[in-house]
Design a binder for this molecule. Structure first.
Ligand code: ATP
Ligand code: MG
Length: 229
């Protein structure tokens, strides 16, 4: 498998007065195409911060992320945003759905710059929501959805673009067993078609079932030894 995403000496520090939080501290990581990487670690260890850096949503304090050998720091704003919109799917820990739009519109919006016609975007959004067993919730706004339903909408929004890589921050954190299994099956299906996945999860059963490799973060440091999935 070919390496295509790499973190090189990646750091993200937050200054709090005289105190510095080393949220991500000198992380080196190489990700191969089609890999399913799990990241575990206690609360505050820097997992979400690392995901945001890898997805190009946050700028490192030092170090870099390389995509196909090109450092993010050398890409223009436009190239970086193109990378994000065309190749990256992101499932945030807090979902980040737009409150004024329905579930269907939230998902369809991910295709806004895809060049597809509005009608096609809405049809595809309806299809993926159906697959998430949310067909009858398509017209609900996020506030009128349960946490688990919002989570599935967020996953649909990330997957509808058919990205090359999915960053998923606790994608089953709010889901019951049945819905977790639904998401797991879907991730396996996409991964078998070549999607790379980086997933933060505390669910050992899930990481055991899905991940090729699991790494642990401690105080901003990504431990080099693999953890038993
Ligand atoms: N904007 C910020 N300003 C200052 N410190 C921050 C900021 N964002 C995160 N941090 C700190 O950085 C550290 C890493 O946070 P992060 O959200 O990455 O942890 P996490 O591993 O995802 O935790 P959890 O499992 O609870 O989601 C924490 O100590 C947090 O308090
Ligand atoms: Mg987090």
């Amino acid at each position: 498998m070919a390496e295509w995403l790499r973190a090189a000496e990646l750091c993200r520090f937050y200054r709090r007065g005289s105190h510095v939080v080393r949220a991500v501290d000198t992380v080196n990581l190489s990700l191969e195409q089609g890999e399913f990487l799990g990241i575990v670690g206690s609360s505050g260890s820097g997992k979400s911060t690392l995901l945001n850096l890898l997805a190009g949503l946050d700028t490192p304090s030092a170090g870099d992320v390389l995509v196909d050998g090109s450092p993010f720091s050398e890409l223009s704003r436009r190239e970086r945003s193109q990378f994000r919109s065309a190749r990256v799917g992101m499932v945030f820990q807090s979902f980040n759905l737009l409150p004024q739009y329905s579930a269907l519109e939230n998902v369809a919006l991910a295709l806004l710059f895809s060049g597809e016609r509005r009608r096609t975007r809405l049809r595809r959004a309806a299809e993926i929501l159906e697959r998430m067993e949310l067909g009858d919730r398509a017209d609900h706004r996020p506030a009128d959805l349960s946490g688990g339903e919002q989570q599935r909408v967020a996953i649909a929004r990330a997957m509808i673009k058919e990205p090359d890589i999915l960053f998923a921050d606790e994608p089953t954190g709010n889901l019951d067993e049945g819905n977790s299994a639904l998401i797991a099956d879907m991730l396996v299906d996409f991964n078998s078609k070549g999607l790379s996945v980086v997933m933060v999860s505390h669910d050992r059963e899930l990481t055991g079932k899905l991940c090729n490799r699991v790494l642990r973060m401690d105080y901003g440091r990504l431990q080099p030894e693999e953890v038993a999935p």
